[in-house]
Design a protein around this ligand. Structure first.
Ligand code: FAD
Length: 414
């Protein structure tokens, strides 16, 4: 029977990074992924800030495009923020996962594609793991077992066992090929659509993937809204963007993919049980406000890897320290993001959603990125003086219009 220090189940950003990190320091690692290759279910839009590349030593070859512009379209408003140099990238999600797995392999890890986790059990101090590799059933032994199966949480929860209630969000995305002039209109920008017209109970988007290819998607929170009773299927909202916003007739759908994220409110997930450790979306590292999860999954994997090493070296007997560190880093910010997200997607009127754009308009793109990607929510108040000033100006103009017959002077100059 093959024996490993660590078996990582799931070849997403969390699992790939975890295997890569542990193999790099000389542990014997097996990374297991159920799909045959990473082109299958390449579900993520994979927008991320520029820092992700340097932080995780990722090559430019996995980058689909760079962005330096942010566009937010609501039912009645449109805000555009632009910087001089790139602030982020859209990754090719298939290439990212493939790179992580290949790098793990280069560092000495084994990688089994088309291998599905079935179950695990303890015998004589050993953890045995049963995998379906192609049509073959294989049993291996490991000292630590990692659940990196994302929203499935397949290792932590036995088949058929009761799972807690999760907040769920479903996203679908079309990868489309467009004419060069259509691509140019959306190149270099992340475009988001909010509000009742475009995507009630969620948001939709256009991301540039690579020359002449765009990702057009829509995501919804599967929960009741304070005002909205009915929504259309997600594909309706994707088509709405293509027909009404892009106004393009010549395009080819290259791929349709999607997934459902499952988020535990208040981060109540099970982080470890004996020598089984959960990482990435299996412990809700995805941020509820923006649905951004790649770099957070990788960050969580790095933290787990450190604790796994301590455990393997006999420095710790359990993974309590891992859970504590994860909560120290994520809990407060994630709770805030959850609160804002619940309000934005499930409570706000369309008018309030419009106002967000008006409110953020005076900010620089750097500020907007700081708020949305680095959760510096205190920066939101920077928009307040400009917002109040514009409101006052508007009220004054209205007053002058109404009283123009009474007062001798008519024109107001700003
Ligand atoms: C539509 C959509 C758009 C998104 N856009 C963005 C974005 O723009 N930017 C961003 O940062 N994040 C985005 N996210 C979120 C991001 O993709 C996830 O947070 C991230 O992929 C989580 O990584 P993970 O490794 O924890 O889990 P996953 O990526 O879900 O990986 C889990 C892996 O486990 C494998 N697996 C499951 N069960 C088994 C089994 N029994 N045996 C073996 N393997 C198994 C799966 O096949 C999968 O490869 C988006 C998500 C969705 C749904």
């Amino acid at each position: 029977m093959q024996q490993f220090d660590v078996v990582v189940v799931g070849g997403g950003p969390a699992g790939g990074q975890c295997a890569r990190s542990l193999a790099k320091v000389g542990r014997t690692v097996l990374l297991v992924e159920r799909h045959k290759n990473f082109d299958i279910n390449s579900f993520s839009s994979a927008g991320t800030p520029l820092q992700t590349l340097s932080q995780y030593d990722l090559p430019d070859s996995i980058v689909g495009s760079f962005w330096h512009k942010f566009v937010v379209v609501t039912s009645n408003q449109c805000g555009v923020w632009e910087a001089r140099s790139p602030l982020g990238v859209v990754l090719d999600f298939a290439k990212l996962r493939s790179f992580l797995a290949n790098d793990a392999q280069t560092q000495g890890s084994e990688v089994w594609m088309n291998a599905r986790y079935v179950k695990h059990w303890q015998r004589e101090g050993q953890t045995l793991v049963s995998l379906k590799r192609g049509s073959e059933e294989v049993v291996i032994s490991t000292r630590v077992l990692v659940d990196a199966t994302g929203p499935c949480r397949t290792v932590m929860y036995d088949k058929g066992s009761l799972k807690p209630d999760f907040l769920t969000g479903t996203g679908i995305e079309y990868l489309i090929e467009v004419e060069p002039e259509d691509y140019q209109r959306h190149a270099d920008a992340l475009t988001f659509f909010l509000g009742y017209k475009w995507m009630p109970k969620g948001y939709s988007w256009i991301f540039p993937m690579e020359p002449n290819q765009l990702k057009v998607g829509a995501g919804i929170i599967n929960q009741e809204h304070q005002y909205i009773q009915h929504t259309e299927p997600l594909k309706h909202y994707i088509q709405l963007i293509i027909d009404q916003y892009m106004q393009t007739q010549t395009y080819t759908i290259l791929d349709v993919h999607g997934s459902t994220l499952k988020y535990s409110r208040g981060l109540q997930d099970v982080y470890y049980r004996d020598n089984v450790v959960a990482i990435g979306d299996a412990v809700s590292t995805v941020n509820f406000l923006g649905g951004e999860g790649i770099r957070h999954a990788m960050q969580g994997a790095e933290i787990a890897s450190k604790h796994i090493q301590d455990y393997l070296d006999g420095k710790t007997q359990d993974f309590k320290g891992y859970q504590t560190e994860m909560h120290q880093i994520f809990l407060h910010t994630w709770n805030l993001a959850e609160k804002f997200g619940m309000k934005k997607y499930l409570q706000d009127s369309d008018n309030i959603v419009d106002k967000v754009v008006t409110y953020l308009k005076p900010l620089s793109l750097e500020d907007v990125v700081d708020i949305l990607f680095f959760y510096r929510f205190e920066k939101v108040s920077k928009g307040l003086p400009g917002y109040i000033l514009r409101k006052l100006k508007f009220a004054l103009q209205k007053l002058v219009q109404q009283t123009s017959g009474i007062f001798p002077f008519r024109k107001i100059t700003s």
